[in-house]
Ligand binder design. Structure first.
Ligand SMILES: [Zn+2]
Length: 415
């Protein structure tokens, strides 16, 4: 495969946006890529599982086992041409490889988890899981990224990303290959925010992308993002909130997952947030944070990403009732209907159930080992649920996120 650098030559064929399903004649590479990252078939689980989510431990932790990152020193920026197959694609070869590798996550049947696991892999490949928020903020300041509506061109993006990764290299020299990281991160940002390939993205988009995937507490991310769209006095109106949610939803959209998060129309989410704020014309950070804590459908992929990260190293003193894994590694799902009934993450994600257990039965998810207080609380819940019927649970469904009224595109979370 020979690669030539075509940027900044004016390009005549626009790239297929990865998330859209009907693009006129994409190249073979693009088709393959698209097939690899988008969901091959709509999943149908008519009986969504009832999960209560434990809200603690929502910060990233380094897993310690990071994939090999250092290879090659590509200088290519934009379009890559494969001379053997005469195809052109917009992805760095390493990026194309990464997108293809995400296909194996398509067997995760719950979209929020599927998306979050894809994002986790992407985050690690781009080394953004190592990047702390103070470091990011310093670099944003250093490059005077204040005007969030201003456009950044490719060279500005490269300059900022280079500063970011050079800082990161100082603390993680064995993990960070600066030129490769810059190329891949730029590649990702353009795929997410510059589908028309104008060579420019908004400062707000750049910040949203980096902050969403950096290493920080979840609520610190929310606060940071809110500040970007709030006025000097700390208030945000509907239009500005819309900008923020729009830029956020582009992240799952690029993975072909947007339908599960209420579609790319962010209006219902904006409405939901302002209704939550009693229809005041402007809202403040505290109200926005309270709303985000309800995990609105359009944003639920972000807290789930944090839980996926936290669960990576979790070890639970429990045995999976289906595959008998013991201890359970990763997420643990405990039944709130039966005593001593636990399921491991791979059984849960693939939708396996043991005899006598129904998907409608309530479960609680843990991404870290349970405390004795939680054990007692769950015990009490099982006592209460023990004699309730399947019909009761079907009639009283509870969801782990705040559903947002959607039009057209909207789809159920459990697809
Ligand atoms: Zn299992």
């Amino acid at each position: 495969m020979t690669l030539v650098r075509l940027w900044p030559v004016r390009l005549c064929n626009t790239p297929p946006p990865l998330a859209e399903r009907s693009t006129p004649r994409p190249t073979r590479t693009a088709r393959r890529l698209h097939a690899a990252i988008s969901d091959p078939s709509p999943r149908c689980s008519r009986t969504p599982p009832r999960i209560e989510l434990t809200r603690r431990c929502a910060t990233h932790r380094d897993s310690g086992s990071l994939p090999a990152r250092s290879e090659g020193g590509f200088a290519m920026r934009e379009q890559f041409r494969n001379h053997q197959t005469q195809t052109t694609c917009w992805d760095h070869p390493k990026m194309a490889e990464l997108y293809q590798s995400l296909a194996d996550l398509n067997n995760v049947r719950f979209s929020a988890y599927r998306t979050a696991m894809k994002l986790r892999r992407l985050q690690k490949a781009l080394c953004l899981d190592l990047l702390s928020m103070p470091m990011v903020c310093e670099v944003f300041d250093q490059h005077s990224l204040k005007q969030n509506e201003q456009l950044l061109d490719i060279s500005q993006l490269i300059t900022c990303l280079t500063s970011l990764y050079q800082r990161l290299e100082q603390s993680h020299s064995n993990l960070v290959n600066v030129p490769l990281c810059v190329d891949m991160c730029l590649n990702w940002l353009l795929n997410v925010y510059d589908t028309g390939r104008t060579g420019k993205i908004r400062t707000l988009s750049f910040k949203t992308g980096i902050i969403s995937l950096c290493k920080a507490h979840l609520e610190d991310k929310y606060r940071f993002l809110f500040r970007q769209v709030a006025s000097a006095t700390g208030f945000c109106d509907q239009r500005r909130l819309g900008l923020l949610l729009h830029d956020s939803i582009q992240i799952p959209r690029q993975l072909g997952e947007v339908a599960s998060f209420g579609g790319s129309n962010i209006e219902p989410s904006v409405r939901s947030c302002f209704q939550f704020a009693n229809n005041k014309p402007e809202l403040e950070a505290a109200v926005f944070l309270d709303w985000m804590r309800l995990e609105p459908q359009s944003m639920v992929w972000l807290p789930v990403l944090h839980r996926v990260a936290a669960a990576e190293t979790a070890k639970h003193q429990a045995k999976c009732n289906i595959c008998k894994e013991c201890p359970i590694i990763g997420f643990r799902y405990r039944s709130l209907k039966h005593f001593n009934y636990d399921i491991c993450q791979s059984c849960f994600f693939s939708g396996r159930v043991a005899k006598g257990h129904k998907m409608q039965y309530p479960m609680v998810e843990y991404c870290t080992p349970t405390t004795s207080g939680e054990d007692v609380r769950d015990f009490a819940k099982v006592l209460k649920n023990k004699f309730r019927t399947k019909r009761y649970f079907a009639k009283h469904p509870r969801m782990g996120y705040l559903p947002v009224q959607t039009i057209l595109e909207g789809d159920n979370m459990e697809t």
